[in-house]
Design a protein around this ligand. Structure first.
Ligand SMILES: NC(=O)c1ccc[n+]([C@@H]2O[C@H](COP(=O)([O-])OP(=O)(O)OC[C@H]3O[C@@H](n4cnc5c(N)ncnc54)[C@H](OP(=O)(O)O)[C@@H]3O)[C@@H](O)[C@H]2O)c1
Length: 382
């Protein structure tokens, strides 16, 4: 069976090299997949570790070997046959705050282009500036994996060029853009393939806001829970980046586009968890003013509790509208029974109604996100 898998991979891998150093007797060679890895931050470094750690597993089970030939950060890059020791030492240098050797404009694009058809371009940056590179890569027959949601949640034209509808999942995988390693887009794909019509998607996509909602449900003041979330490092340095809801809106937009909806981020109705007059304050002033919101949140949480409900900061995709904000849901629903920092997505469809299909688990963390990207890389390569 395993020999057959190896033989199949070899005969279908016309555009790629094979690795003749395969240790196992029954697998003569592994399909070598050239990789350009863009981004060496928390997720990029976790991906380097995961990729190196999974070498034997990928070779023995899938007959695959990923060869990183381009490694880039925001201002520099390494190119060539980078071995595992070089990758790990570059990752360690990045963890120490160093920069990769400097690149001039266009160098990384040229290095990626030189990898040719069939190569994987993996975007684990946090920048929208990679969008043209990803689009060009797809045009030349390369494949794209991304944990970076910006290219997929900017203008519709970029999304169409990258993903289209139905999702071109043989060429592009962006699973980790929504819910880190959770198979939220994969679930959507399978529903679409079965023509199981999606009536509604409701989800919480922010561990930080999940933590805040659990605190409110437990009767704690809003300001106290936000302060604790900040102290624990759950929030961005400016907590408004979380409390504003835009990150949640980007993820929900990616799911809505996965349904074939055509809309822009500006079409999403986002309710931030603070009033507009607090938007322009310094971070310190914002934190100092937070207690002024406690009374209103406590009242809303108490009213929800009296109805057997709980407050959640959720995205809802339904009836052609995408809304992001506070909702009050039954504590017996999947969303209402959620606690802590987990993410959860409910899909209400022809076959999953009234009980929805639910995907739930850790929705953040460099390791889980890198694992999602690595699974995408394997799926595009076998
Ligand atoms: N961490 C999570 O829990 C999580 C969960 C789901 C999704 N994600 C997504 O995963 C991505 C990476 O997250 P992270 O936490 O690793 O971010 P990060 O620590 O900020 O790292 C981003 C990396 O991208 C590099 N970069 C920026 N622009 C670039 C460009 N144009 N070309 C090449 N490299 C570029 C940066 O370079 P410098 O080092 O030079 O600045 C840095 O190495 C983000 O899009 C994030 O939203 C993260």
């Amino acid at each position: 069976m395993h020999r057959l898998l190896c033989a199949l991979l070899l005969t279908t891998a016309a555009a790629v090299d094979t690795d003749k150093t395969c240790a196992s007797d029954d697998c003569m060679a592994a399909k070598q997949v050239p990789v350009a890895l863009l981004g060496v931050g928390g997720v990029g470094r976790a991906l380097v570790e995961a990729l190196v750690g999974a070498r034997t597993h990928h070779k023995d089970v899938y007959g695959l070997r990923f060869d990183v030939k381009v490694l880039a950060d925001s201002s520099g890059y390494l190119a060539g046959d980078l071995d595992d020791a070089q990758l790990q030492s570059a990752a360690a240098a990045k963890a120490d705050g160093k920069k990769l050797p400097g690149a001039t404009k266009g160098d990384v694009d040229k290095a990626v282009a030189s990898l040719g058809e069939g190569a994987l371009v993996v975007d684990v940056t946090a920048s929208g500036s990679t969008t043209p590179l990803l689009i060009e890569a797809l045009k030349r027959g390369q494949k794209v994996v991304s944990a970076n949601k910006k290219p997929f949640s900017s203008d519709q034209a970029a999304y169409d060029a990258l993903v289209g509808h139905p999702i071109r999942h043989n060429n592009v995988r962006h699973e980790s853009t929504v819910g880190a390693g959770l198979p939220a887009i994969a679930a959507l794909n399978r529903l679409s393939m079965a023509d199981d019509k999606v009536r509604k998607i409701a989800g919480t996509f922010s561990g930080t806001l999940g933590f805040v909602m659990s605190g409110l449900e437990a009767g704690r003041p809003f300001s106290e829970v936000v302060l604790e979330a900040k102290a624990k490092g759950y929030t961005e340095p400016d907590p408004r980046d979380d409390l504003g809801g835009v990150d949640v809106a980007r993820k929900a937009l990616i799911l809505a586009r996965g349904l074939g909806w055509r809309l822009e981020l500006s079409d999403v109705n986002v309710e931030p968890l603070y009033p507009p007059e607090m938007a322009s304050l310094t971070v310190d002033d914002f934190m100092a003013k937070l207690p002024s919101l406690d009374e209103d949140f406590a009242k809303r949480a108490k009213e929800a509790k009296a109805r057997g409900e709980a407050l959640r900061y959720a995205a809802t995709v339904e009836d052609g509208r995408l809304t992001v904000g506070l909702v009050s849901v039954s504590t017996s629903s999947p969303l209402g029974s959620l606690s802590g920092t987990d993410n959860l997505v409910e899909y209400y469809t022809t076959w999953y109604d009234p009980s929805p299909l639910v995907v739930r688990g850790a929705g953040a963390g460099a390791g889980a996100t890198a694992a999602g990207a690595l699974a995408d890389m394997v799926e595009l390569s076998v």
